[in-house]
Write a protein that binds this ligand. Structure first.
Ligand code: AMP
Ligand code: GLY
Length: 426
């Protein structure tokens, strides 16, 4: 069959790399893709929210399976767009409906879903301009730190952890009165701070059944030792040693099963990935957030550990027969290290030539591209996050060391990466 992947990051390169290995995959297209996805299939110069262009491309190239990488097209309703359109309704889209994507697209929707279905999460209240004064009073009596969340998508910047009431009041005003995050922040969730260890859990569902993919941890801060500014993710590891059978069982019973049952009860059409950000507090799992897609860079460690044929997994979703699929995981650990442009997550330059990509990667290493593009006979940087180098090893330390060794074979001007990915797992 012919397949289209929507997106242009390391996540999409990892999906393309994996799909390419399936005997069921004939034509592979990526829109818009990067220089790495161009090695796996054909890049199409279409933006992720150009639904007309994307559906037309699917018709032209006889695509029967679409995998949506990022959240933006999902929250804007790409799945409904394809299913409501006579010419594209036969195409299977891996990604939830617009209504179900609100689990990521709206924090208030997600919080009320969890409250309604008894899924453990931080206590919260929601505010708009209409109950602004109540919000101020709520902040004044709130314990510290106070977590403020813009309701809508805010490019990963909509969560603020405030260390004082004064700071929280200022941010609350900026969001609601001064539109700091535009429409996305006109509604605000104020919630209790949960301390503990964060972990990313990935579920695939056909709307009735689910399977659990390997869990992962990502490293969001720019600096070593988790210091400095937040980024899209500087690296990831999988599996997570402390996510043992007891914790997995708790996560499945208290969170994953009620989530799938809740989607069914609320008639939310969901065929795709659910990425659940969990906080483990005193051994108990709480939901920090839902995402309606895979994570980046988590995908770059999950996908290399997955032994199943991805097209067969997606076909089982289409038939609502995920219960017939047995997930087969490589026992080895994986680590991915992300190389970024100097200056990221602030301003940075692009268009720098990348050296070392012509060489065959070392054994057990994969070089995924994030922000890259082909230029003449070379590949140049084209974003903040540029490459994600994944390695497999007998444990996280070995995998991380090998990924770092592989990274040392690559170079672009002002390249930066964290050498301590997985540091807490000796
Ligand atoms: P989100 O945009 O929902 O992923 O939130 C960004 C980050 O903020 C999360 O990955 C957590 O590290 C942190 N965070 C969000 N909500 C809470 C909370 N209630 N308690 C502690 N940390 C939180
Ligand atoms: N790595 C976090 C995310 O993809 O949202």
């Amino acid at each position: 069959m012919n397949i289209l992947i929507i997106g242009s990051g390391g996540r999409e390169h990892a999906l393309a790399w994996k799909l390419k290995q399936s005997r069921h995959c004939e034509g592979l297209f990526i829109a818009p893709g990067n220089a790495g996805t161009a090695l796996c299939g054909t890049n199409l110069a279409l933006e992720v929210s150009d639904f007309d262009g994307l559906s037309q491309a699917c018709i032209t190239h006889q695509v029967s399976l679409v995998i949506v990488g990022p959240e933006e097209p999902l929250v804007k309703g790409i799945t409904d767009f394809f299913s409501d359109n006579e010419a594209t309704k036969h195409i299977q889209v891996i990604g939830p409906s617009m209504a179900a994507s609100q689990l990521e697209g709206s924090k208030t929707f997600a919080k009320s879903f969890m409250q309604h279905h008894g899924i453990p999460t931080a206590a919260y209240k929601e505010f708009t301009i209409d109950n602004y004064d109540e919000g101020v009073a709520y902040i004044r009596q709130h314990s510290l730190p106070i977590v403020l969340k813009a309701d809508g998508l805010a490019a990963g910047k909509g969560v603020l952890i405030c260390q004082s009431q004064l700071e929280a009041l200022a941010e609350f005003e900026l969001m609601i009165i001064r539109s700091k995050f535009g429409e996305a922040g006109k509604k605000v969730v104020i919630e209790e701070f949960l301390s503990g260890i964060e972990i990313s859990v990935f579920v695939v569902t056909d709307g009735k059944h689910y399977v659990l993919l390997p869990e992962a941890k990502d490293y969001k801060r720019i600096g070593q030792g988790d210091k400095g500014l937040n980024t899209g993710g500087m690296g990831a590891v999988s599996p997570i040693p402390f996510f043992d059978d007891t914790l997995r069982e708790k996560a499945e019973t208290r969170i994953i099963k009620p989530t799938i049952a809740g989607l069914q009860k609320d008639k939310l059409d969901y065929k795709g990935f659910i990425f659940i950000g969990l906080m483990i507090t005193n051994g108990e799992p709480y939901v920090i957030e839902y995402n309606c897609r895979l994570g980046d860079p988590e995908t770059e460690v999950i996908i290399p550990r997955l032994k199943n044929d991805l097209v067969e997994l997606f076909s089982a979703i289409a038939r609502q027969e995920l219960n017939t699929i047995q997930i087969d995981i490589d026992e080895r650990a994986a680590a991915t290290i992300v190389a970024v442009s100097g200056g990221y997550p602030g301003t940075y330059e692009t268009g720098k030539a990348i050296n070392g990509l012509d060489e065959e990667p070392l054994e057990d290493c994969i070089v995924f591209h994030s922000g890259t593009k082909p230029a003449d006979d070379t590949v140049v940087t084209n974003g903040g996050r540029v490459l994600a180098v994944t390695a497999l090893g007998s444990n996280i330390k070995e995998a991380s060391e090998l990924a770092q060794y592989m990274m040392e074979q690559l170079y672009f001007e002002d390249m930066y990466y964290r050498p301590d990915i997985g540091y807490e797992f000796p």
